[in-house]
Design a protein. Sequence first.
Length: 61
Amino acid sequence: MYKQFEAWRKDGTWDRLLDGLRWQVRQLTREAEPTAGVIDSQSVRRGSKRGATTATTPASK
């Protein structure tokens, strides 16, 4: 089963299948193509030094 999935993933069949299903579901309730997108500060990584430093610094006791 996994070999079939891997073959579909490599040749793009899996992506086409998911795109087709997404399009069909969206048509039931709204336009097939999205007209807007939203990005909030929680879902976008920041490249600040403080964030990188804090992530690698051990917690103090």
